[in-house]
Design a binder for this molecule. Structure first.
Ligand SMILES: Cc1ncc(COP(=O)(O)O)c(C=O)c1O
Length: 361
């Protein structure tokens, strides 16, 4: 007799993870918006030191990391949630806030994990289409908020479209959202944006107890393999709820130690932002030379529609056969588009050469 799984198992979409992790060194990994740069030696050392103590459980309160984040952002440690990657905090927000009868509002296409929150909780998902420039349509999102709304997610910059909104637009949106609704501003890529200093959104926390700024060590700090992210919360109640729904010891000792060390190297953050910008500018220029129109990227990846006659899934599989891994728009919510991570100069050149050969050959 077949096993009987819960109703929610039938609802929860399978996360469209990129493939290719077993293919070895020679592949250009441009499919998962990872950093092409290895962690700094000091960060690796800190993680290695932590490994010598793993006969003990990690600090369940993540106290050193929360203190370091508190010093860095001037937000009380009691309002900082740490997670096993920022996804952990996203899922926790779903569990803490959603239930059948409630609603969650987010833009679409946006980060593939958001639909999971509604499916897992039985809440209703309201997906609001992006505008013609691949950006969030905040007015349309606002119009969807009602008494049943518990959580609104704004992804800024947005994955997979790479676009960002200016902070004053988000500030005006927050002013209009009712106080009973939690707003999660997912800023996984905020360091890459030229629109705003990444610290600029912190001031919103003082005005909005219902706000969570979601951030991660996975992208600019290049620590996605260790899994550590954090949420800066507008109120302690939010942080407590996020911790309450999770297992204890959700963030491992090596991740905590590496993150504390990574925070000491803001110069490296600046260097990586500059490297990304230089490479992104070249990739965008070359895409335009191919007659393509990339969205205005404020991230470490680009997003563009392919010519009408071209199937994005076919391009992804042809590129993979040539050793270049990227993501198809179909897998991420919009048929006919591609999302390509900015990598090293060598990987980017390889991607551009193979795409050129495919489209012109
Ligand atoms: C918009 C966005 N938010 C959150 C995450 C989750 O990152 P992590 O769980 O590695 O912190 C990602 C990962 O790609 C993302 O694109």
């Amino acid at each position: 007799m077949a096993l009987e799984f819960s109703e929610r198992i039938r609802r929860i979409p399978v996360y469209p993870a990129a493939s290719g992790y077993s293919l070895g060194e020679e592949v250009a990994m441009l499919a998962s918006n990872e950093s092409p740069y290895q962690p700094l030696p000091e960060v690796i050392e800190a993680a290695s030191r932590a490994l010598t103590g793993v006969n003990r459980y990690p600090d369940p309160t993540n106290s050193a990391l929360r203190r370091a984040l508190s010093d860095r952002y001037d937000v009380p440690a009691s309002r900082i949630a740490v997670g096993n990657g920022s996804c952990d905090i996203l899922l926790a927000a779903g569990e803490a806030l959603l239930e059948p009868g409630s609603e969650i509002v987010y833009a679409w296409p946006s980060f593939s994990v958001y639909p999971h929150l509604a499916a897992a909780s039985g809440a209703r998902a309201i997906e609001v289409p992006l505008d013609g420039e691949h950006r969030h349509d905040l007015d349309a999102m606002l119009a969807e908020i009602n008494v049943a709304t518990r959580l609104v997610i704004v992804c800024n910059p947005n994955n997979p479209t790479s676009t960002a909104l200016a902070l004053d637009e988000i500030a005006a949106f927050l002013d209009a959202v009712p106080r009973h609704v939690c707003v999660m501003l997912d800023e996984a890529y905020c360091e890459f944006s030229l629109l705003e200093d990444p610290d600029a959104s912190l001031k919103l926390l003082d005005r909005h107890a219902n706000l969570i700024l979601l951030r991660t060590f996975s992208k600019i700090h290049g620590l996605c393999g260790l899994r550590v992210g954090y949420g800066l919360c507008g109120s302690e109640d939010l942080r407590v709820a996020l911790d309450q729904v999770r297992q204890p010891f959700f963030c491992n000792a090596a991740a905590q130690a590496a993150a504390v060390e990574a925070l000491r190297h803001s110069d490296e953050v600046t260097r990586r932002v500059e490297l990304n910008l230089a490479e992104r500018t070249t990739v965008e220029y070359e895409l335009r030379e191919l007659g393509l129109q990339p969205a205005e990227s404020q991230s470490n990846f680009v997003w563009f529609d392919l010519p009408d006659s071209v199937d994005d899934r076919q391009v992804v599989s042809d590129l993979a056969a040539r050793g270049v891994l990227v993501r198809s728009g179909t897998a991420l919510g919009r048929e006919g588009a591609l999302r390509v991570t900015i990598g090293t100069e060598r990987d980017n050149e390889r991607f551009l050469a193979e795409l050129r050969a495919l489209l012109q050959g």
